[in-house]
Every structure is written in C-alpha cells, then in structure tokens.
Write a protein that binds this ligand. Structure first.
Ligand code: PLP
Length: 481
C-alpha cells in the first residue's frame, strides 16, 4: 500500500512514513493510491471476527489492509493494547444504543457510543491508537517527537491522554487561559506526567493558533526541536475511525444484504470522511448525513456546490464548540474522490482558489451531483434552540441524555430517516463535558462517570504565559530534554 498527495506530488509513501507527518510537501493531504475492497466473503469474515473476538481484532483486520510496514503480530498487539474495556469502559468498545419509543416495534434511531474513552469524546477512538503507534515507530527509529498544538478543548485533552507516559513523545499544548469549561481544564491540567506540558496563553483560541503557526513556520526551530502535530488531517487518525463504521454496521444488521445509514456531527470532516472511506471499501452504507451547527460551511456545500470558508468574524461560538470551524480541514480528501482524483483541479481550487478568493463553486460541474448520487451524501444543520429542543425531546421520549454535538446529529438524522434502513447517529461526546447547556435544556446536571468525581479539586500543573512567540519557544527549548 502506497499513499499519494491530493495535490499531485510525485512521491509515493508508506504508512509509517506518513504516520508522523502532517500535510504532504505540496500542501495536499495523504490518501491511499486506491481503497482496498472488502468483498462479500471478507465482510462475512469481518462480521465473525467482530462477533467472536471483538473490536480490537476487527481493528486489526481493517488496519492490516492499509498498513504493510508493521509486522502483523506487532500491529495486532498494538490494537489489543489500545482497545480494552479498561480504557473504553465497555467490552463492546462502541456499543449501539437503540432509541426506541414505547410500543414501537423497531428503534427510531441508534446511537453508536464513541465517547466512553478517557476524555469522553470520540477523538479518543483514534488518538489512543495514535499514541501507541507513535511510541512503537519512534522506538523503532530511535527518535523523539515533540507534539505541539493549540486546543479549545477536546483535541488537546485527547492527545494528552493518549501520549501521557509514552516513550519518545512530549506534548506541548496551548489553550486560551480561563476559557475552557472547568471540567475540560481539570481534565487537562490534572495530568502530572513529565512528558505533558500545558501552556495557558493569555488570549483567545485564535491567539494560540497564531502562536502555533509562527512556531511551525520557523523550519529551523521545528527541525532542531523535532516538532510535530497530531491534528485531524493525520491519516492514521482517520484510518482508526474507519473501524467503528464496520462495528456499527455489524451491530445494526443481521446479514450483509442489509444497508445502514450514518449521521455524523461534523466540524473538520474527519469523522465523516472515515465513513466515506468505509463506503468506498464496500461497506453497505446507504446515506452518509453530515450534520453541522451554525458553522454550516459543509451543509452549504452539499446543498449548493459552493464551498466558502468563513472569516474569524463569521465563525460562530456555539454550544457545540467542537464543531465551531471556519473551514473543514479534511474536506479536500472527499473532493479529490468526487473530482475523480484530478489533482490539478484540487491544486487549483484548494491551493489557489481558496487562498485568493476564499471559495470555490462546483455547482456547474456535472460531477457535483455525484456527491449525493454516487457517494450517498446528505446534510443538514442545527441551531442552539434546536439543539436544546432535541436534548429535551430525546430525554422525554427515550429517557436518554445526549450531549450538544450528538444533539446536532440527532436533529439532522430525524430529517433523513427512512423506514427501510436503520439510521445510526454517532455519539461524539458525553453530556458531562458540556454540562452548562444540559442544565439550560433539562434543568438538571448530567451524570458524571465515577472516575471523574472531584477532578476539579485535583492538583493542577499549567504554565500561564502571554501570547509571545519568543517566550513560548524558549519554554519549549528548555523542556525538550
Ligand atoms: C471533534 C469533534 C466533532 C467534529 O469532528 P470532525 O472530525 O472535526 O468532523 C464533533 N463532536 C465532538 C464532540 C468533537 O470533539
């Protein structure tokens, strides 16, 4: 298996070469040269593996199709070490929960629980594997890596919980001082591991991102201090997410003649892009429904064919904050497939078009219609009022409390259900992470998993710093050894 860049660079790379990289050298994203096809016999075998050996063994089967530069026994051991009941809270890892009304013969919807990992958001599903893959590959090379990033909540904590205590890896994570929820701050700052460095910047999230950009643009500094990232464009993260589409399918169906649809709360298009990959492999997915909040760049594209990135001033701060994006960083992968893998066209629209004009328009391109017809995409959006209403409705009708991001998914899924095909909504976080909005909707506090009792009172380790590149660099330099 070789990987190419969506913008046409001549290099072809293997999995472990792109594992520790971000963008391809030409600014494109990595994708496999072709998607491995899962035929009927293989799908039957995968279902048996899922039923008899569980999630970790299924993960090994799917990952093996894409990773041929890690010996099979090592890859299997990494999967078994990652996807345990101890880390993910249940033996199924991603249990399917039916939402069924009293007296009804069939569930109206299913929720696939992806948020029982250490930080209670779906990003743990991929990040936990990434931590083990990084440790494995860095040890094999005898190298070290310093992960440097900015977070407004979910990504940073998932990265820290995945990398804590790992050999050869350090994490330097900036966040806007005092702006994350008390629960999120406690989750991150209570990590006392030597290789985890929390840096609270006196400013907003954009200041943190600007600092990360300035440091990353200093190529000498980057090389000298072995700076890397773990953002959502990383191919290994996306690949890890493909597995739970298979696990959701096997739980919702009895035979491989059946189809399912998925609705996915979306921001950077990482989660739903994994669904696209699963569908390209031949998993019987009918519709892939993209659900956005008020930041509706993606919904706009699927409705109109126009992809228009937002400015900072047009990016809304919402009650589903992990979907508050101005552009969808993984979207280029899908558009590459949509345009029949025409790298020159991708370079023109994502490279030049977006940087000069801020948008591109495929509405007149006959290939745009294939997003819905050939690739099965639908979309919808949700507002704060609809989010609250959906949280109330799901609690009243099914007795289930859902978080704000999952609520965006359920709201949009309800507009796309069809009686023949089971609809699975990916549950991307637990309500406790966004307690204030739950209280606003339901007038009561969400349940807190026992391991999080009293975390706000734990000792914290965090360095507060002004938004100053020189100070940040010197802090990293001092703590890199
Ligand atoms: C990151 C995140 C999302 C959005 O996922 P993308 O891969 O960026 O589309 C949705 N919900 C939650 C809770 C998240 O943390």
């Amino acid at each position: 298996m070789r990987y190419l860049s969506t913008r046409g660079h001549a290099d072809r790379k293997r999995f472990c070469e792109i594992l520790l990289e971000g963008l391809a050298p030409d600014g494109g994203l990595y994708l496999p040269e072709s998607y491995p096809r899962v035929d009927a016999a293989m799908l039957t075998r995968f279902r048996q593996v899922w039923q008899s050996q569980g999630y970790a063994a299924l993960a090994f089967e799917v990952l093996s199709l894409y990773i041929d530069d890690i010996p099979a026994e090592d890859l299997k051991a990494l999967c078994l070490k990652t996807y345990t009941e101890q880390v993910f809270g249940t033996p199924q890892i991603v249990p399917l929960k039916p939402l069924q009304s009293a007296g009804s013969a069939k569930p109206d919807l299913y929720l696939e629980a992806l948020s029982n990992g250490p930080t209670l958001a779906f990003k743990d599903m991929a990040m936990q594997l990434l931590g083990n893959l990084f440790e494995y590959e860095l040890t094999r090379r005898g190298e070290e890596l310093n992960i440097f990033g900015a977070t407004s909540g979910d990504t940073g904590s998932a990265a820290e919980y995945a990398m804590r205590g790992k050999k050869g890896v350090r994490v330097f994570m900036t966040s806007p001082n005092g702006r994350m929820s008390p629960f999120q701050q406690a989750q991150m700052f209570s990590l006392l591991d030597d290789n985890i460095h929390n840096i609270a910047i006196e400013g907003v999230f954009d200041d943190c991102q600007d600092l990360v950009k300035s440091v990353s643009n200093d190529l000498n500094f980057k090389r000298q201090y072995k700076i890397g990232t773990v953002n959502s464009i990383n191919w290994a993260r996306l690949l890890a997410q493909v597995v739970y589409y298979f696990a959701g399918y096997f739980q919702a169906t009895q035979s491989n003649a059946q189809m399912v649809s998925f609705t996915v709360p979306s921001g950077n298009f990482g989660n739903v892009c994994a669904g696209h990959v699963a569908r390209m492999m031949g998993l019987p997915i009918d519709r892939l429904v993209v659900a956005t909040n008020e930041n509706d760049v993606l919904d706009e594209f699927f409705r109109t064919g126009v992809y228009r990135v937002r400015g900072t001033a047009d990016t809304h701060e919402t009650s589903s904050p992990s979907m508050d994006i101005s552009k969808a960083s993984n979207f280029e992968r899908f558009v590459f497939d949509l345009l029949d893998r025409d790298a020159a066209k991708i370079q023109a629209i994502f490279g030049e078009g977006l940087s000069h004009q801020g948008f591109f328009d495929l509405s007149a391109d006959p290939r745009f219609a294939k997003a819905a017809t050939v690739y099965g995409f639908d979309s919808g959006k949700s507002t704060h009022a609809q989010r609250l209403q959906t949280i109330q409705q799901v609690f009243a009708q099914y007795g289930v409390m859902i978080d704000t991001h999952t609520a965006d998914g359920v709201k949009v899924a309800q507009e796309h259900v069809n009686l023949q095909v089971p609809m699975i909504v990916l549950e991307t976080a637990l309500p406790i992470k966004f307690a204030a909005t739950i209280v606003e909707a339901l007038g009561r506090e969400p349940e807190r998993p026992p391991q999080f009792e009293g975390i706000e009172q734990l000792p914290k380790r965090v360095k507060v710093m002004p938004a100053d590149v020189a100070q940040l660099k010197s802090y990293i330099a001092q703590h890199c050894h």
